[in-house]
Design a protein around this ligand. Structure first.
Ligand code: FAD
Ligand code: SF4
Ligand code: SF4
Length: 420
């Protein structure tokens, strides 16, 4: 996108505050740090955004794909944008006529670094695909937004981590009754918690990955499952009570929940025979992995799937905090190859998912050579870089240059990153 559309006028990149669900995907992905936020809004710095469009496709709601023509000198400031509740209306053409003094700066040029860095900085998010695998089913997205949210009924809710521990994760099943809510494995939904925030505004939706397969948590029913961690501490370790996660974890069977979505068109599983799936996750990042595994399990049980390997690398602080530990143990070994890593087991050394990837380098390298291998990474943001670096090490250790392989995986929708 050319930011300079005509003399003195820019096409300013804005985010629609009414639709944005504050998921942070755009801020994490913007290569030039043009996006920032406060407790109210996500906003774009006009003087930094170069219109590269890297943030457009990953945004789950489409709220980021908004552009307004404004005079360069009257570009909406960060302060203005942070205060918005709705986007301003487009300006009439006559207000966009630049005065002679404004005509001079015909272009806005992206900032140029003072000196070229000696070595390019490794950004794990640069390697994540924004396109789905070629054989993925077609996903429906954004069927319901904040203004036409759908009501779902809670039909199940249980703690899927070991009871009695500080950290608790719930498996929650939502039923949509007669309302159409088509989903695929790897998609997510938004849940709007009731009530309002400190500013008196209704809470914005929080995003949750779908943990069940396309034909429902219970096959033949119009329902889906979520894996929700009860947030009791913020990222700095201070005690807080997460609004949406506590609302969902405390929901009783029969309660109703307002839902928007579905979201996501790229973190989808391949459907072609003999496609391999490598899943790397921590905590609730297991939700999409559960969904994909369950779909493959159902296909296999019905005799409709011709092979393809499944490998799962799953990390948690301890076995007690690992969601679905019990059910994972009952999956047949010839169906899925599972590896678990714990980072806080008393008396044992810390192990992370990337350690597991290094340990299984030989098998992973074999899969990386296979053009039918698809890799999914989901969970804590802090895991992302270590995992992508480990994949790079495994590839290069096997004589597969990462620059080439990583670019191919990205282009073909075979390496997906979803961290939060
Ligand atoms: C693409 C995507 C998929 C997601 N999928 C899931 C999922 O499957 N399961 C799931 O449980 N969550 C998932 N999340 C996170 C989820 O959307 C919420 O952010 C999370 O549940 C916290 O919301 P809250 O309303 O409880 O906390 P808030 O009230 O929004 O936040 C309370 C405080 O806790 C901090 N905080 C927020 N989340 C966390 C966290 N996880 N750990 C520590 N501190 C935190 C906030 O910064 C804030 O200070 C996903 C997020 C994204 C972007
Ligand atoms: S268009 Fe590019 S530079 Fe602008 S906010 Fe999006 S990712 Fe950042
Ligand atoms: S919904 Fe879109 S615009 Fe809002 S924070 Fe997420 S990615 Fe950014």
């Amino acid at each position: 996108m050319d930011m300079a559309v005509e003399a003195g006028v820019i096409n300013q990149h804005l985010i629609d505050p009414e639709i944005c669900i504050r998921c942070n995907t755009c801020e994490a992905i913007c290569p030039v740090n043009a996006i920032t936020h406060d407790d109210n809004n996500y906003v774009v710095r006009a003087d930094v955004c170069n219109g590269c469009m890297a943030c457009i496709s990953p945004c789950p709601t489409g709220s980021i794909d908004n552009w307004r023509k404004v005079l360069v000198t009257k570009a909406y400031s960060i302060e203005e944008q942070l205060s918005w509740e709705v986007l301003p209306a487009p300006l009439p053409e006559e207000q966009l006529v630049a005065t002679p003094s404004l005509a001079a700066p015909a272009t806005i040029t992206p900032p140029v670094p003072a000196a070229a860095p000696a070595e390019a900085v490794f950004r794990s998010s640069d390697w994540g695909a924004t396109v789905p695998p070629w054989s993925a089913a077609r996903a429906f997205t954004n069927l319901y937004g904040p203004k036409n949210a759908v009501t779902a009924t809670v039909v199940g809710n249980y703690n899927c981590t070991e009871a009695g521990f500080e950290s608790e994760t719930h498996h929650i099943v939502l039923d949509f009754g007669s309302m159409p809510f088509p989903v695929l494995e790897g998609q997510s939904i938004g849940v709007i918690p009731p009530g309002s925030d400190a500013l008196g505004k209704p809470h914005v939706a929080r995003q949750y990955s779908i943990a069940s397969s396309r034909n429902g948590e219970r096959p033949g029913y119009n329902n889906l499952a979520l894996t929700v961690k009860r947030v009791t501490q913020d990222h700095q370790g201070n005690a807080v009570r997460g609004i949406a996660s506590n609302y969902l974890c405390d929901a009783k069977v029969g309660d109703t929940v307002r839902v928007i979505g579905p979201f996501g068109h790229s973190f989808l599983m391949p459907n072609h025979p003999r496609s391999n799936i490598v899943m790397v996750c921590t905590g609730t990042g297991s939700a999409p992995m559960r969904a994909m595994t369950e779909w493959r399990r159902r296909l296999r049980a019905s005799g409709k799937f011709e092979g393809g390997k499944l490998m799962l690398f799953f990390g948690a602080r301890s076995q007690q905090e690992l969601p679905y530990f019990g059910p994972l143990q009952s999956l047949p070994k010839d169906f899925i190859d599972i590896h678990l890593a714990y980072s806080r087991t008393p008396g044992a050394p810390k192990r992370y998912v990337q350690d597991l990837l290094h340990e299984r380098a030989a098998d992973l390298a074999e899969l990386l050579r296979d053009g039918s291998t698809h890799i999914y990474v989901c969970g804590l943001k802090s895991m992302e870089e270590g995992v992508v670096l480990a994949l790079r090490d495994v590839a290069e250790g096997a004589g597969l240059p990462w620059e080439t392989l990583g670019a191919t995986l990205k282009r073909e929708g075979r390496l997906h990153l979803e961290t939060y």
